[in-house]
Design a protein around this ligand. Structure first.
Ligand SMILES: Cc1cc2nc3c(=O)[nH]c(=O)nc-3n(C[C@H](O)[C@H](O)[C@H](O)COP(=O)(O)OP(=O)(O)OC[C@H]3O[C@@H](n4cnc5c(N)ncnc54)[C@H](O)[C@@H]3O)c2cc1C
Ligand code: FES
Ligand code: FES
Length: 1408
C-alpha cells in the first residue's frame, strides 16, 4: 500500500548531460510533465498524451550491463513514467543544439529544408531523426520512414521533413547538373567555371544585406540548386537547368517565356554542416558505473496515491508479486498508462521489472526461440529479423509473419517502449501479434515463487479463461515461439485505416500444416483480431477442415464455417461490421492463394484445372491478390519561377527564404502559449462538459469538489459579470444543453491534475429533452435549420432539362473533418492589479475577436484587454471563433479568483468540444448531351452545422458561391442550407465549404462521363471555362491561368500515356486496380465583404537602424511573418536580419480581421508596404542629401532632424460584395487556379490503397516565397487527402463523438505521401491587384486532395466494370478502406451475413 510517510529512494537520471536527483518522485508523473514543468524544458510538446502523435518524442539511452551496450531509444515522453528512468540518460531537443550554441545538423536541415511550418511537431520530428542517427549515422531510406512513422505533422504534408532526413541517407553529391557530376554553381554565367559579381546590383546600405541570416547566402557557392532526385519519368520543364536565382543571363527578361525561368529545389544542401557522430553527448560514465554496480537492488518511490517498486532481482520481483498479487507490472506502460488515464483505474502498487536482465534474455534453441517478456517490440523485431536470416525459410514462417506486423504496429517510439510480455498480456482485441503467436503454437513461460510452468498462448488463454490464465502471484517470464516445420505455412494479414501508426480494423494469423508431400490439411489454425473484445480463434472451423484438400471447395466451405463461427453482431463495438466480416474471408482467400502458390512449387496438385469454377486462382492476373503495398520514401520535384534576373540579390521577395522561426522550431526555442513559464499564483482551469445531447440542466452539484486538494473555485454562468455569449451560443450553459461536449462549468485549481480530477466530482443532473437530431436527414425532416437557404440560379434550368440527351441524379455524402491542429486550444489570462487590465496569451487566429468577447463577458472596455499571439501551433480555421470562448471562460476564472488562469485543452476535450468541418449531404440532377456537354445542373447541399450558428451561414454562402468550380454551365441552380443538430457546433475550416461542395460537382461530372462512356477528363475539359466570362454570380474573370494549369498538369503528369498504362495494368490484374484522375480548380480567395479585407501595420525604426514590424496577421505556421519581413525588406531595402516581428498584439495593431480565407499575407503585406512607403518618403530628403551613407547614418540623421521613425500602414481592403437578393456581386478579389493529377492502386480484397503519384500545377502568380507557398500547397493537399480518404469521425447513436484521439482519428502519416509528389507553380502568371502580384495559397490545395479520391473512384469503377456491376454508386467521402472494399463487391461480400438494420442498434451513426 502507498505509504507517503516512508521516505522514497532517490531517483537518479540525466537530462541533456546534467544529473537529476529526485528525492520525492510521484509515480504518477510522466517524463513529459517533469520536463515541461520541473525542468522548464518546453521544447518537448504535449499534443495528445496517448502516445499517438510523437510531439513529445525524446531519446532515452540505457546501458545494458549484460551486453555492455548502450541503446538509444526514441520514446513518447507522455507515456514514460518518471520512476522508470532510474539510471538512464534522457536527451531532449534542447540537449542536442540551440541557436545560441550550435545547431545539430538535424535541426539545421529540417529548418532549412522548410520542414517546419507551425513548428509544433518539429521537436518530435527532430528527436526521432536524431535518435535514428545516433544508432545509424547513415540510415537507409526505409529506416528513415520507420523512424518517422510515429510522428504526426498537420502542416507540412511531410515531404520537406523527409527531404531533410534524406540528406543523411544519401552521399553528398553536389547538384549533379544535367548528370555531369559538376555543380552548376561552379560555373560562370557564360557557362565556364568561376564566379563573377556584379557591384552595380548593390543597393545603398547593402552592406547590411550581406549579414542577413534568413537570406539564402549570396555567394555563388551557396545559392540554391536542384537537390532532389528526378524520378525517371518526370518531365523536366524545358529549361530546368538548375537556375539559381542569380544565374539567368541578364538578357532574359522575366516575361519572355512561360517555361524559360524555372527553378527547382528549395534549399541548398551544400550549405548544411556535416553530421559528425563523434560530437554527440556521451553516455554519462556515472550511469555506466551505476548500471554495472547498482548500489541498491530494490528502489521504492512513494506517491500520494501510488507506490512504485522496482526490484533489482527476479527473486525480489516474484516475492513482491506474491505479496501484491493485484499489482500490475509496468513494462512499457503503453497499455497500462492509457488505460489508467482513460478508465480511471488506480493501482496502489506498481511493480517495475525494468532492472531485471533475466526478463530480457533471448535463447535460440534447435526448435525455437525464447524471448524474455521484457524485450521491447523493437528488440523482438530485430531478433526475428536475425533469426530469419540465419535459419532455413521453412523454419521461419511464424517469424516472418510476426515481423510483417511488427513493421506496421504503432510507430517506432511505441515499439521501443512496448514489451512483448505487456503486449501478450494486454490481450487487446486488436493485438497484431497474439493471433500469430496463437496459431504459431507459442507458449508462455510463467514464473512465481512456487516455480515455473508453461501455458499455451491459445484461444483459451486469449479469451481469459481462468483455467488457462496466469495465477495470482505469477508473472510472464518469457515467450517461446517454435520454429515452423516443413509443409507448414504461416501468414499474417492486417487492414487498418492507414498503413502506419493505425490500429488494425481486422488482423489475422493463419497456419496450415499439410500431410507430407500432399495438399491434405493435417492441422489448421486461424485467429482473428479486431472482431471481438479479444483475439478470436476459429478453432471449430479449423478442426472441421482437417483432412481436406487445399482447393477451392475447401475455401468455400472454410469461408462459410468461419463466418458462422466468428460471428460479429451488427451492434459490435467499433462498427464496420460488414467490412470486418468481408475482411475475414478476404484474408482467408489471400492465405489460400499464398499457400496454393507454395504448394504448386512443392507438389503436383491434381485439382488445379477445376478450381476456376469457384475462384479464379491460377491465372497470373489473379495473383495480384498476394502483393502487399510497400512503403517507400516519396520522391518529388518542386518547380517555381525564378525571380527577375534584374532583381537585386539582396531583395528577398520571391525567394525561398526559410521560415523566420524555422530554427527556433527545430531547437525547441520557439515559445508557444503553454510554454510560457508559470506565473506567480497561477491557477489551472479544467472544463466540465455535457454528457447529454439535448437536456434540461436540473442541478449542478459541486459540493464534493471543494474537499479535494488544490481546488480554488468552480466557475458557472452565474459568475459572468457581463454577457454570457449570445442567446443561441452561450459560453457556459444555462438551464439547457444542446450537445454532448457543451461547456457547462469549469474548475480552477492549483495544478492541472487537481483541476482535472475535480471535474470528475461535479455532478450534473439532466432531464432529457426532445427532439434529438444528429443527422442531416433528421434535420431536414424536422425542418431544423440554422439560417435561411442560400440560392443562386442562372438560365432556365427546367427548360434545359427538357432538351438534353440524358439526365442523371445522384447523392454525395462528405464526412466532417477534425482540425487536429497539433497545439490544442490554449490560453493564459493574467489579471493585472491596476485598472482591471488583463493580459491574455492565446493560441488564436483572431485576437481581436478574443478581446471583444472577453470585453463583453467581463463588461470591461476593450482597451483594458490586451491579447498577445506569438505563434499558433496550427489553426486551419479551428482557432478563428472558439478561442474567444475559452479565453472568455478563463478570463471569468481569472477575475473571480484574482489570479492568473491557464487553460490547456486535452486532445480529447478539444476534439469533443470544438467541432470541425461541416459534414455535407449533396443531391444533384444533371442534364447533358451524349458528347458530355452539360446543359443543366441542379445541386442542393445540406451541411451539418451542429447546435449553434457559428460560421455555418458563411460556410453555406461560400459553398454555394463556389459550387461551379471550373465549369461553365449555362443553366444552373445551386442551393445550400445549414442544418441545426444536437452536435457540437461546426466551424471554419480551411477551404470553408469548398472542399465538400465541389466534391458534389466533380462527382456529378464523373457520373456524366460514366453515362456517356467518356473518360472523366474529357467531360471536365469540355465543360471548363475557356474564355473571359462571368461566374454564376456575374463576376467577370479570365480562365486563362486555369487552362494553363490544366494543360501543364496533363503534360507534366504524362496523363494520357499513364491513362493507357492504368488500363493495361487493370487488364492484367484482377484483385488490384489502378485509377487516375485529374481535377481542375478555380478557388476564390478572401471574404465576400470589403471591410474584411482591411489590414493595418505598425513599423518602427529604432536609432540603431533595426526595424520592428507589427501587423494584424497571426503566425499560424503559414509563414506570414516571414513574408511580411520580405515585404518590409524590399520596401526599406534593409536586410531581414535587421528586422523583427515580436508578436501580434491588440495593443499594437487594433481591430484586426481573422487571419483566414488565404488573404492574410496579401492584405497585411499591403499594410506593411504602406507603412514602409510612408517611412521611406520621410527619409527621402535625408537619403538624397547623403546618397553614399549607410542606413544607420540616415536613421541617425532623421532622428536628429525630428523625423518620425514610426508609421502606421493601412490597407482599406479589396472591393468585395455579394447581393444575395439579386444573386450577383463581386464577392472575391481574385481566384487561384490549379490542377492536380493523382494515380492510385487499390487492393480490391482489403480496400487499402497506395498513392503512386501526384502532380500539382498551381497558379501562385509571383510567389512572395516559393518555399512557403509550395509548403502551403503540399500541406493543404495532404490535409485534403486525409479529408477524402482516412479522416473519419464516429458518433454514437446518443451523439457522443468517439473519435477523440490520434488512435481513433487518422490524419495522414509519412507513409501516406504519394510515392512521387511533384508541385509546380505556374510561371509568368499575373494579378495586378495584390502585393507584388502574388496570390494567397493557404486553402486552395485542400481541394486538390480530391484527385486522390477520384483516382480511387476510378479504380473502384474499373473493378466494378470487370465484375459487371453498375459504375455509378453513391459517392461517400472519405473513401476509407471499408468503403472501397464494400464497393468492390465480389463473391466474398456476397457471402457475408447482412443484418436487418431494424434488428440492432449500430455502434455509430452517419451524420452526413
Ligand atoms: C499509440 C499506440 C499505438 C499502438 N498501436 C498498436 C498496433 O498498431 N497494434 C497492436 O497490436 N498494438 C498497438 N498498440 C498496443 C501496444 O502494442 C501495447 O500497448 C503494448 O504492446 C503493451 O506493452 P507494454 O510493455 O507497454 O505493457 P504495459 O502497459 O507495461 O502492461 C500491460 C499489461 O501487461 C502486464 N504485464 C506486462 N509485463 C508483464 C509480465 N512480464 N508479467 C505479467 N504481467 C505483465 C501489466 O501488468 C499490464 O497489465 C499501440 C499502443 C499505443 C500506445
Ligand atoms: S503528446 Fe505524446 S505522443 Fe502525443
Ligand atoms: S509543422 Fe508539423 S504540425 Fe505544424
Amino acid at each position: 500500500m502507498p505509504c507517503p510517510s516512508q521516505s522514497s529512494d532517490e531517483l537518479v537520471f540525466f537530462v541533456n548531460g546534467r544529473k537529476v536527483i529526485e528525492k520525492n518522485v510521484d509515480p504518477e508523473v510522466t517524463l513529459l510533465a517533469f520536463l515541461r514543468k520541473n525542468l522548464r524544458l518546453t521544447g518537448t510538446k504535449y499534443a495528445c498524451g496517448t502516445g499517438g502523435c510523437g510531439a513529445c518524442t525524446v531519446m532515452v539511452s540505457k546501458h545494458d550491463p549484460v551486453s555492455k551496450k548502450t541503446r538509444h531509444l526514441s520514446v513518447m515522453a507522455c507515456l514514460v513514467p518518471l520512476c522508470s528512468l532510474h539510471g538512464t540518460a534522457v536527451t531532449t531537443v534542447e540537449g542536442i543544439g540551440s541557436i545560441s550554441t550550435s545547431l545539430h545538423p538535424v535541426q539545421e536541415r529540417i529548418a532549412k529544408s522548410h520542414g517546419t511550418q507551425c513548428g509544433f511537431c518539429t521537436p518530435g520530428m527532430v528527436m526521432s531523426m536524431y535518435t535514428l542517427l545516433r544508432n545509424y549515422p547513415q540510415p537507409s531510406e526505409e529506416q528513415l520512414m520507420e523512424a518517422l512513422g510515429g510522428n504526426l505533422c498537420r502542416c507540412t504534408g511531410y515531404r520537406p521533413i523527409l527531404e531533410s532526413g534524406r540528406t543523411f541517407c544519401m552521399e553528398p553529391s553536389g547538384c549533379q547538373q544535367k548528370g555531369t557530376g559538376k555543380c552548376c554553381l561552379d560555373q560562370k554565367e557564360d557557362g565556364s567555371l568561376g564566379v563573377k559579381s556584379d557591384p552595380s546590383q548593390e543597393l545603398p546600405g547593402s552592406r547590411l544585406f550581406a549579414q542577413c541570416s534568413h537570406f539564402p547566402r549570396t555567394s555563388r557557392k551557396q545559392t540554391l540548386c536542384t537537390v532532389l532526385t528526378l524520378p525517371k519519368n518526370f518531365q523536366e520543364p524545358d529549361s530546368a537547368q538548375c537556375l539559381h536565382f542569380p544565374r539567368t543571363p541578364r538578357n532574359q527578361t522575366l516575361h519572355s517565356a512561360h517555361t524559360s525561368q524555372i527553378c527547382s529545389g528549395l534549399f541548398s544542401k551544400e550549405e548544411f554542416q556535416p553530421l559528425d557522430p563523434t560530437q554527440e553527448l556521451i553516455f554519462p560514465p556515472e550511469l555506466l558505473r551505476m548500471a554495472e554496480n547498482p548500489e541498491k537492488q530494490t528502489l521504492t518511490f512513494y506517491g500520494e496515491r501510488i507506490t512504485w517498486i522496482s526490484p533489482g532481482t527476479l527473486q525480489d520481483l516474484l516475492s513482491l508479486k506474491a505479496k501484491y498479487p493485484e499489482a500490475p507490472l509496468v513494462s512499457g506502460n503503453t497499455s497500462l498508462g492509457p488505460a489508467m488515464k482513460s478508465q480511471g483505474h488506480l493501482y496502489p502498487i506498481l511493480l517495475s521489472p525494468a532492472a531485471i536482465p533475466d526478463l530480457r534474455l533471448v535463447t535460440k534453441s534447435s526448435d525455437g526461440l525464447t524471448m524474455g517478456a521484457c524485450c521491447s517490440l523493437a528488440q523482438v523485431k530485430d531478433i526475428l529479423a536475425e533469426s530469419i536470416s540465419e535459419l532455413p525459410e521453412e523454419k521461419t514462417q511464424t517469424y516472418r509473419a510476426l515481423l510483417k506486423h511488427l513493421r506496421s504496429l504503432a510507430g517506432q517510439q511505441i515499439r521501443n517502449m512496448a514489451s512483448l510480455g505487456g503486449h501478450v498480456l494486454s490481450r487487446h482485441g486488436y493485438s497484431d501479434l497474439n493471433p500469430i503467436l496463437s496459431v504459431g503454437n507459442a507458449t508462455l513461460n510463467l514464473l512465481s515463487e512456487e516455480g515455473t510452468r508453461q501455458i499455451a498462448l491459445d484461444g483459451h488463454f486469449l479469451a481469459g479463461l481462468a483455467s488457462a490464465d496466469l495465477k495470482p502471484g505469477e508473472i510472464l517470464g518469457s515467450v517461446y515461439i517454435p520454429h515452423s516445420q516443413k509443409w507448414e505455412f504461416v501468414s499474417a494479414f492486417r487492414q487498418a485505416q492507414c498503413h502506419q501508426n493505425a490500429l488494425p480494423d481486422v488482423n489475422a494469423g493463419m497456419r496450415v500444416l499439410f500431410r507430407e508431400g500432399t495438399d491434405i490439411i493435417e492441422d489448421l489454425s486461424i485467429a482473428y483480431g479486431g472482431v471481438g473484445p479479444t483475439t478470436i480463434s476459429a478453432h471449430r472451423s479449423c478442426q472441421q477442415l482437417v483432412g481436406r484438400h487445399w482447393n477451392a471447395l475447401m475455401l468455400d466451405e472454410a469461408c462459410r464455417r468461419l463466418l458462422d463461427e466468428v460471428s460479429l453482431p451488427g451492434s459490435a463495438l467499433g462498427g464496420k461490421v460488414e467490412f470486418k466480416r468481408t475482411l475475414m474471408v478476404s484474408f482467408l482467400f489471400k492465405f489460400y492463394l499464398e499457400v496454393l502458390q507454395e504448394l504448386k512449387r512443392k507438389v503436383k496438385l491434381p485439382s488445379e484445372s477445376t478450381d476456376s469454377q469457384h475462384c479464379p486462382v491460377i491465372a497470373d492476373r489473379f495473383l495480384s491478390a498476394l502483393e502487399d503495398f510497400q512503403v517507400t520514401l516519396p520522391q518529388g520535384v518542386q518547380t517555381y519561377q525564378r525571380v527577375d534576373p534584374h532583381q537585386p540579390l539582396q531583395d528577398p521577395v520571391g525567394r525561398p527564404i526559410m521560415h523566420l522561426s524555422g530554427l527556433k522550431h527545430a531547437t525547441g526555442e520557439a515559445i508557444f502559449c503553454d510554454d510560457i513559464p508559470r506565473v506567480d499564483k497561477e491557477l489551472f482551469m479544467a472544463l466540465v462538459t455535457s454528457t447529454r445531447a439535448h437536456a434540461r440542466i436540473i442541478s449542478i452539484d459541486s459540493s464534493e469538489v471543494f474537499a479535494l486538494p488544490g481546488v480554488v473555485g468552480v466557475i458557472t454562468a452565474e459568475d459572468i459579470p457581463g454577457t454570457n455569449g449570445d442567446d443561441n451560443d452561450k459560453l457556459l450553459a444555462v438551464d439547457e444543453v444542446r450537445c454532448v461536449g457543451q461547456v457547462i462549468c469549469a474548475v480552477v485549481a492549483e495544478t492541472d491534475v487537481q483541476a482535472k480530477r475535480a471535474t470528475e466530482k461535479i455532478k450534473i443532473t439532466y432531464e432529457d429533452l426532445k427532439p434529438v437530431i444528429f443527422t442531416i436527414q433528421d434535420a431536414i425532416k424536422h425542418n431544423s435549420f440554422l439560417c435561411p437557404e442560400k440560392k443562386l440560379e442562372q438560365g432556365n434550368i427546367e427548360e434545359a432539362f427538357e432538351n438534353v440527351d440524358q439526365v442523371v441524379e445522384g447523392e454525395v455524402h462528405v464526412g466532417g473533418q477534425e482540425h487536429f491542429y497539433m497545439e490544442t486550444q490554449r490560453v493564459l489570462v493574467i489579471p493585472k492589479t491596476e485598472d482591471k487590465e488583463l493580459d491574455m496569451y492565446v493560441s488564436t487566429q483572431d485576437p481581436a475577436h478574443v478581446q471583444k468577447t472577453v470585453s463583453s463577458t467581463l463588461n470591461i472596455p476593450s482597451n483594458k484587454i490586451t491579447c498577445h499571439v506569438k505563434r499558433v501551433g496550427g489553426g486551419f480555421g479551428g482557432k478563428v471563433g472558439r478561442p474567444a470562448v475559452f479565453g472568455a471562460i478563463a478570463a471569468v476564472g481569472a477575475v473571480k479568483t484574482g489570479r492568473p488562469v491557464r487553460l490547456v485543452l486535452d486532445r480529447e476535450d478539444d476534439m469533443l468540444i470544438t467541432g470541425g468541418r461541416h459534414p455535407l449531404f449533396g443531391k444533384y440532377k444533371v442534364g447533358f448531351m451524349n458528347n458530355g456537354r452539360i446543359k443543366a445542373l441542379d445541386i442542393e447541399c445540406y451541411i451539418n452545422g451542429g447546435c449553434t450558428l457559428d460560421d455555418s451561414e458563411l460556410v453555406t454562402e461560400f459553398l454555394v458561391l463556389k459550387l461551379e468550380n471550373a465549369y461553365k454551365i449555362r443553366n444552373l441552380r445551386f442551393r445550400g442550407r445549414a442544418c441545426m443538430t444536437n452536435l457540437p457546433s461546426n466551424t471554419a475550416f480551411r477551404g470553408f465549404g469548398f472542399p465538400q461542395g465541389t466534391l458534389v460537382t466533380e462527382s456529378c461530372i464523373t457520373a456524366v462521363a460514366a453515362k456517356c462512356g467518356l473518360p472523366p477528363e474529357k467531360v471536365r475539359e469540355k465543360n471548363m471555362y475557356k474564355t473571359v466570362d462571368k461566374t454564376i454570380y456575374k463576376q467577370a474573370f479570365s480562365p486563362e491561368p486555369l487552362i494553363r494549369c490544366w494543360t501543364e498538369c496533363l503534360d507534366k503528369s504524362s496523363f494520357h500515356i499513364r491513362r493507357t498504362q492504368v488500363q493495361e495494368f487493370n487488364r492484367r490484374n484482377y484483385w488490384k486496380k489502378r485509377g487516375i484522375a485529374i481535377i481542375p480548380m478555380k478557388f476564390s480567395v478572401g471574404f465576400a465583404a470589403t471591410s474584411y479585407h482591411q489590414a493595418a501595420a505598425l513599423v518602427h525604426i529604432y536609432t540603431d537602424g533595426s526595424v520592428l514590424v507589427a501587423h494584424g496577421g497571426n503566425e499560424l505556421g503559414q509563414g506570414i511573418h516571414t513574408k511580411m519581413l520580405q515585404v518590409a525588406s524590399r520596401e526599406l531595402k534593409v536586410p531581414m536580419s535587421h528586422m523583427h516581428i515580436c508578436e501580434t498584439s491588440t495593443a499594437t495593431v487594433p481591430n484586426t480581421i481573422a487571419t483566414a480565407a488565404s488573404i492574410g499575407a496579401d492584405v497585411n503585406g499591403r499594410a506593411v508596404q504602406n507603412a514602409c512607403e510612408i517611412l521611406l518618403k520621410r527619409l527621402e530628403p535625408v537619403i538624397k542629401k547623403n546618397p553614399e551613407g549607410t542606413w544607420r547614418d540616415w536613421i541617425e540623421t532623421a532622428f536628429e532632424q525630428r523625423i518620425s521613425l514610426s508609421a502606421t500602414g493601412y490597407f482599406r481592403g479589396y472591393k468585395a460584395f455579394m447581393d444575395w437578393e439579386k444573386q450577383e456581386g463581386d464577392p472575391f478579389p481574385y481566384y487561384v487556379y490549379g490542377a492536380a493529377c493523382s494515380e492510385v492502386e487499390i487492393d480490391c480484397l482489403t480496400g487499402a490503397h497506395k498513392k503512386i503519384r501526384t502532380d500539382i500545377v498551381m497558379d501562385a502568380c509571383y510567389s512572395l516565397n516559393p518555399a512557403i507557398d509550395i509548403g502551403q500547397i503540399e500541406g493543404a493537399f495532404i490535409q485534403g487527402m486525409g479529408l477524402y480518404t482516412t479522416e473519419e469521425l464516429h458518433y454514437s447513436p446518443e451523439g457522443v463523438l468517439y473519435s477523440r484521439s490520434p488512435e481513433e482519428y487518422k490524419i495522414p502519416t509519412v507513409t501516406d505521401v504519394p510515392e512521387q509528389f511533384h508541385v509546380s507553380l505556374l510561371s509568368s502568371s499575373q494579378t495586378p491587384l495584390t502585393i507584388y502580384s502574388s496570390k494567397g495559397l493557404g486553402e486552395s490545395g485542400m481541394f486538390l486532395g480530391s484527385s486522390v479520391f477520384f483516382a480511387i473512384a476510378d479504380a473502384v469503377a474499373a473493378a466494378r466494370r470487370e465484375r459487371d456491376m453498375a459504375e455509378d454508386f453513391t459517392v461517400q467521402s472519405p473513401a476509407t478502406p471499408e468503403r472501397v472494399r464494400m464497393a468492390c463487391a465480389d463473391r466474398f461480400t456476397d457471402m457475408i451475413p447482412r443484418d436487418d438494420p431494424k434488428t440492432f442498434k449500430p455502434w455509430s451513426i452517419p451524420i452526413a
